[in-house]
Design a protein around this ligand. Structure first.
Ligand code: PEP
Ligand code: MG
Length: 883
């Protein structure tokens, strides 16, 4: 095998299509070299070396050493320097680079190759000893931290102490001699903490750094990141070794990051930050506040510091030229890192930039409008699940805002929660089902689990490209960063701002779209959707072949779903209506009744409520199909549970407490999910189904009259496992239809169908389809019954199952295609064989899960049905599935 791929001087052994082998960074460095862009020469050690390393007890393949040496020689030849050469040293950076980007998760070492001798040569060559010592002290701290495990703060404390004694405020005030002095101190710290001297040999340094990058693949934060982002461990990381270019060589040098479009809004404009006389880590770490790239951004931010456009016009022009080239080449928004060394611009990285859902939409639509991609490609550019971000609430503009501070609008959306100051507390709050805002001075990759557990993130330091901002945008969580007026005291567990002190547990609201921090809870507004959203959805609607309906039980749900483009109701769970308001009293009366007569009189009280519910649903859906399911859950759920409730119910129903308790005992079930539910209820107590059928038909007549739109009622029988159950219930429904037709003289258009949510029903779908006019796959129950895993109790052990790889995902979230999916397939085939025009849909939770929607397309369902907020997700996922 070939383990090392070189790049530089307008050519490369690799290219962008080789990202599996070279990692994202390595592949794109090669591609940029091939494009003739200014890239410092270097080489990539492949991800296969990483895999080999872990497969062989952390050893390297034998040929690696000589391949690295040859590649180093080539870099030396291109730069006119020698690695470890005391007179003319080649210095390099060593960076990780996995297939999928894992920002900040793994380690980087800069300025490698410096030692007590080469630092003097660097000083001489640059004519600037301060720059050389500054680079060397950076190298010692970084290398010691990453490779030798010496904690960063040991160095920081020594520096702070020195600055204090000298009366310095800023690092930039330290001169060559000061840094030289610090280097002495740093080397002593390394000796004390690490137990041996800082390595002087360039070769030793290099292999130490390469080993550290490979080792960092397995550190906890990297593992956690992979887990959250579904990145397989087997991918491994590549290592990129590249000739150093220096952004810290004085005022004609700089370093920065830029996006070709705004990653928050998608606006088409160069967007980013840079720092003069600095190295890359300074920008990311948020130690100094960076400057804007464009003059326009500077004016908008009201910044005093000059923009790159003004301060370095030639480098800016070069960056503009390159960004246009890269966008056209990659046909997507790029996230670039660059360094300017003494006026010359060098590209250190480019990749498809991470972006918010809002930006993803706008960029996809704009790129299509600009002709860079097709409409179909635009559809594929937006991740359906990410649309969730757009559907999140924002702060009501009319609400009173007690703004206590302002930071950067790092990730859009608003969130309220109690203050927590560390990730452990965030997780604890989440476990206790309390919403929290994670407040940190700055976040580091270790905070990833805490960010995940919180509703939003607030930091007091760091810019738009800081760790907190990048990660929050990726997660779709609101984030305000760099809120410098807030003082956080971790020890005391308080934050102080403008004379107010808040403690952990106090409520705050953050607005990630404006950067504001507000006191307490604030009224939120439902999201409104942008023009790009409508455009992309219209493109999606053109290509998708499955319909998208909604699961809605109330008029509010139904209206929200219509706004999101639902094409009907796929599931109305009528039992949810039974809990509304005071109708529960009549429901309880019905359950407690001793005989049919008693039940009928209670049902008569429920009928008008149900009818009115259905009239509203039919009206909102004006003409679109509405599937109403007969009552499903176990009756005991409607009964009281605590003593106080029992007394209450006894009073309101006029039944004695004693009788009530007896009835509760009678109705008690050991396994309610497999008990007296679904159509079993309609078979034992047909009057319940009759009342519901009457309510539906009368509502259909009324709604048709009032709205002038035809009503298509689909009545659905739950939990059947055999045709006979279905036929018995259907006969009651048909009889009721006939009765209502005779009473009203109206003609009714309706269908009767069934849920397929038991394995036996899927197997016997051929029989059931003889009389059932439609099937809706209830994959919640079908998953529960096929896997024998209770949908209510799975959480305790499912984690262990996904961790061990027994299940790749929670089967209640993403359909188990092999098992449950096979049952669906069988149901589809056998049902269609008997009734070719049978209407087939899905209404389990999987109807809103993009991967499951792909599966639904594959098996040929006519529609999916999902909760209202998932309708846009389903429309887009269905379009992607159809392409
Ligand atoms: C199902 O079982 O998938 C379904 C939609 O019904 P419910 O969730 O109400 O049991
Ligand atoms: Mg069900």
């Amino acid at each position: 095998a070939k383990w090392v791929y070189s790049f530089g001087d307008g050519k490369a052994e690799g290219q962008s299509s080789m990202r599996n082998l070279l990692g994202g960074k390595g592949a794109n460095l090669a591609e940029m070299s091939n494009l003739g862009l200014p890239v410092p020469p270097g080489f990539t050690i492949t991800t296969e070396v990483c895999t080999w390393y872990y497969d062989n007890g952390r050893q390297y393949p034998q040929e690696l050493k000589s391949e690295v040496q040859a590649a180093l020689d080539a870099v030396g030849a291109l730069t006119g320097r020698g690695f470890g050469d005391p007179k003319n040293p080649l210095l390099v950076s060593v960076r990780s680079g996995a297939r999928a980007s894992m920002p900040g998760m793994m380690d980087t070492v800069l300025n490698l190759g410096l030692n007590d001798v080469t630092v003097e040569a660097l000083a001489e060559g640059a004519g600037d000893p301060r720059f050389a010592y500054d680079s060397y002290r950076r190298f010692i701290t970084m290398y010691s931290n990453v490779v030798l495990d010496v904690e960063h703060h040991a160095f920081e404390e020594a520096l702070e102490h020195y600055k204090e004694t000298k009366g310095f405020n800023l690092d930039t005030e330290l001169g060559a001699e000061d840094w030289k002095h610090m280097i002495g101190l740093y080397k002593k710290i390394v000796r004390d903490e690490h137990g041996s001297d800082f390595p002087q040999g360039a070769e030793d340094q290099l292999w130490g750094a390469i080993g550290a990058v490979f080792n960092s693949w397995m550190i906890p934060r990297a593992k956690k990141y992979r887990e959250l982002n579904n990145i397989p461990e087997s991918w491994g990381t590549a290592v990129n070794v590249q000739a150093m270019v220096f952004g810290n060589m004085g005022d004609t040098s700089a370093t920065g990051v830029a996006f070709t479009r705004n990653p928050s809004t998608g606006e088409r404009a160069l967007y980013g930050e840079f720092l003069i006389n600095a190295q890359g880590e300074d920008v990311v770490a948020g130690i100094r506040t960076p400057q804007d790239i464009t003059e326009k951004a500077r004016i908008e931010a009201k910044s005093e510091k000059p923009s790159m456009e003004r301060a370095m016009p030639e480098s800016y022009a070069e960056l503009v030229r390159i960004y246009g080239l890269l966008e056209t080449h990659y046909r997507d928004m790029q996230d670039m890192e660059f360094t300017i060394e003494s006026g010359k611009l060098w590209m250190l990285q480019t990749r498809n930039g991470k972006r918010t859902a809002k930006a993803a939409l706008r960029i996809a639509v704009d790129l299509a409008a600009e002709g860079l991609i097709t409409e179909e490609e635009a559809i594929g550019r937006v991740e359906p699940a990410a649309l969730d971000q757009l559907l999140h609430p924002t702060i009501d503009p009319k609400a009173e805002r007690k703004v206590i501070a302002s930071g950067l609008p790092a990730s859009p959306g608003a969130a309220t929660g109690e203050i927590v100051f560390n990730s452990e507390d965030a997780e604890a709050a989440r476990k206790a089902e309390r919403k929290c805002i994670l407040v940190r001075i700055e976040t580091s990759p270790e905070d990833i689990h805490g960010m995940h557990a919180s509703e939003g993130i607030l930091t007091t330091r760091g810019g738009m490209t800081s760790h907190a901002a990048v990660v929050a945008r990726g997660m779709g969580k609101p984030c305000v960063s760099g809120c410098g007026t807030i003082r956080v005291d971790y020890k005391a567990g308080t934050l102080t701002v403008a004379g107010t002190t808040l403690k952990a547990g106090d409520k705050i609201t953050i607005d990630g779209s404006t950067g504001q921090v507000l006191l307490g809870e604030v009224k939120m507004l439902e999201p409104s959707l942008s023009g790009e959203f409508a455009t992309l959805m219209s493109w999606a609607d053109k290509v998708r072949t499955m319909k998208v309906r909604t699961n809605a039980d109330t008029p509010t749900d139904a209206r929200a779903a219509r706004n999101f483009g639902a094409e009907g109701i796929g599931l109305c769970r009528t039992e949810h209506m039974f809990f509304e308001g005071d109708r529960i009293v009549a429901v309880r009366e019905m359950i407690l009744a001793d005989d049919v007569e008693g039940r009928r009189s209670a049902l008569a009280k429920i009928l008008p409520y149900q009818r009115q519910d259905f009239v509203e649903l039919f009206t909102i859906m004006s003409g679109l199909p509405v599937t109403i399911r007969l009552l499903d859950p176990p009756l005991h759920e409607f009964l009281p549970h605590t003593d106080a409730e029992v007394q209450d119910v006894a009073k309101s129903t006029g039944v004695s407490e004693e009788k009530l308790r007896r009835r509760m005992t009678e109705l008690h079930e050991f396994n309610p999910m497999l008990g007296f539910r679904g159509c079993r209820l309609a078979i034992a107590f047909p009057e319940i189904a009759e009342m519901q059928a009457r309510a539906i038909f009368e509502a259909a007549v009324q709604a048709a009259k009032e709205t002038d739109a035809p009503v298509t009622a689909e009545i659905m029988v739950p939990l059947v496992f055999t045709q006979m159950e279905f036929d018995i219930v259907k006969a009651r429904i048909d009889a009721m239809a006939k009765a209502v037709t005779e009473e009203t003289g109206a003609t009714l258009s309706y269908q009767v169908g069934t849920m397929i949510e038991l394995p036996r029903a899927a197997l016997r779908a051929g029989d059931i389809a003889r009389t059932a006019e439609f099937f809706s796959f209830g994959t919640n129950d079908l998953t529960q019954t096929a896997l024998g895993i209770s949908r209510d109790d799975a959480a305790t052990f499912l984690g262990a199952y996904t961790q061990k790889g027994i299940l790749t995902a929670d089967p209640f979230i993403s359909i188990d295609q092999e098992g449950v999916g096979e049952l669906v397939r069988i149901g589809v085939e056998r049902g269609r064989a008997v009734r070719p025009d049978i209407k087939l849909g899905i209404c389990g939770e999987h109807g809103g899960d993009p991967a499951s929607i792909g599966f639904c397309q594959e098996v040929g369902l006519d529609y999916v049905s999902c909760s209202p907020y998932r309708v846009p997700i389903a429309r887009l996922a269905a379009a992607q599935a159809a392409l």
